[in-house]
Design a protein around this ligand. Structure first.
Ligand SMILES: Cc1ncc(COP(=O)(O)O)c(C=O)c1O
Length: 399
């Protein structure tokens, strides 16, 4: 059978990613997996049994398009307690991970050539979806307070002068992926003002809001600051309870909800996953979040210590207050994309900086995640990585 002539003419644009990221390695510093040490198999099994006995008959039917009602009520309650806003559950939809909610929103908004504003380096998954849809991604300078709102204003002004209106400002406003910082309260307020002034919505991804390790409490979500339906919000339970659960959600203004209804809110998650997570989180949420935070603190500290021991002073990195990743800068001229294959031979994977940039520059940066391996493995893996970088000359280049 010849399929070549019958494939869709609208297949996504190819997106360049290093082959090494697909390899299997023992030391996985390239994916924000849920922390396996903090997963609760017994309590989770109990929650599933309770959920099945109580509402298992519902599985015979298709779930509501926006997902399990109790789960949405619980999310609304948690957001009001932790993120400062209580959404209407009719404006919320459950999704196959945060990634599923992002895909649904992009399906509803993005045509080829559309402009989207993102942080200086941005989560490779969303970036990949935008590039596959041939969006025009513009990176905005970003510092330790998050996206620079003066630079954002300049870009919005320049685009407006040319009659161009971006589709949205996409931001990972808490423990940013990959750079780790949290958008400050002043910048949140300014971003909301700019969004309202220029008529460009904010698409706020708070996938890491439950992963505080230390530092001041998080500022409220921009959804809590905005009063003009300017913000769309996504988050998930994947990083907390297991990537394999594929359970996330989106919260959108009513006008967007009505359009998302036309595409049935994308691919819905498993109703069994939603029932079980609902049952589990009702009783165990605070303990669970605390356990994950403690485990991640030990792993973060192991990685920071290992970097201090194995990486030379020409390199620098952040100490994140939360989340599950460290952003590392190597000397100018280092090529983390090219070195990945050598690292994979040493059984280590990481994310080269360019995968977080639309034009694939930023070669002297890398992102290291610490959620998957144990503290001992993190020490061993970082020492192996340092050896590879040393051998490949990444530590002493100068442009
Ligand atoms: C910022 C961000 N958004 C979304 C996702 C996708 O996660 P999920 O497994 O919930 O689809 C990730 C995963 O790394 C992420 O870091």
């Amino acid at each position: 059978m010849n399929y070549d002539d019958i494939f869709s003419k609208n297949l996504p644009a190819p997106v360049d990613v290093p082959a090494g990221l697909r390899a299997q390695t023992k030391y996985v510093f390239s994916v924000t997996y849920a922390d396996p040490e903090a997963l609760p198999p017994d309590e989770f099994a109990d929650a599933m049994r309770t959920a099945l006995l109580r509402e298992g008959r519902e599985l015979a039917m298709y779930p509501p398009p926006q997902g399990h009602v109790g789960m949405r009520e619980l999310i609304a309650h948690n957001l009001s307690e932790n993120r400062g806003f209580e959404p209407d559950i009719d404006c919320m939809f459950l999704s196959a991970g945060a990634g599923g909610a992002i895909q649904t929103v992009l399906d509803a908004f993005i045509d080829p050539g559309d402009i989207v504003l993102v942080e200086e380096f941005s989560y490779l998954g969303t970036l990949g979806m935008l590039l596959a849809r041939r969006a025009d991604v513009i990176h905005i300078p970003t510092d330790d307070q998050g996206m620079d709102t003066d630079a954002l204003e300049n870009t919005l002004k320049q685009l407006a002068a040319k009659g161009k209106r971006p589709k949205f400002i996409y931001t990972i406003s808490v423990y940013q992926n990959p750079m780790g910082m949290t958008l400050s309260i002043e910048r949140r307020k300014r971003m909301v003002e700019l969004s309202q002034q220029y008529g460009v919505p904010i698409f706020e991804n708070e996938s890491y809001a439950d992963f505080r390790i230390e530092g001041p409490p998080l500022p409220p979500a921009m959804s809590a600051i905005d009063d003009q339906d300017s913000v769309m919000y996504v988050s998930a339970y994947t990083k907390l309870l297991g990537c394999g659960l594929r359970l996330g959600y989106g919260v959108v203004p009513p006008a967007v909800r009505d359009t998302l209804a036309k595409i049935r809110f994308g691919t819905s998650p498993s109703h069994l996953a939603a029932m079980t997570v609902f049952e589990y989180l009702r009783d165990h949420k605070d303990d669970h979040i605390e356990r994950v935070g403690l485990s991640l603190r030990a792993k973060r500290d192991a990685m920071l210590a290992a970097l201090g021991e194995s990486f030379p002073p020409e390199c620098s990195w952040n100490k994140p207050d939360g989340g599950m990743m460290i952003w590392v800068r190597l000397p100018e001229g280092a090529d983390t994309w090219a070195a990945l294959d050598r690292a994979v031979e040493a059984d280590v994977k990481y994310n080269p900086g360019p995968v977080f940039r639309a034009n694939r520059d930023g070669h002297n940066f890398l992102r290291l995640t610490y959620s998957h391996n144990s503290p001992e493995e993190i020490h061993e893996g970082i020492s192996r990585l340092a050896e590879v970088f040393h051998k490949e000359g990444l530590f002493n280049t100068s442009g």
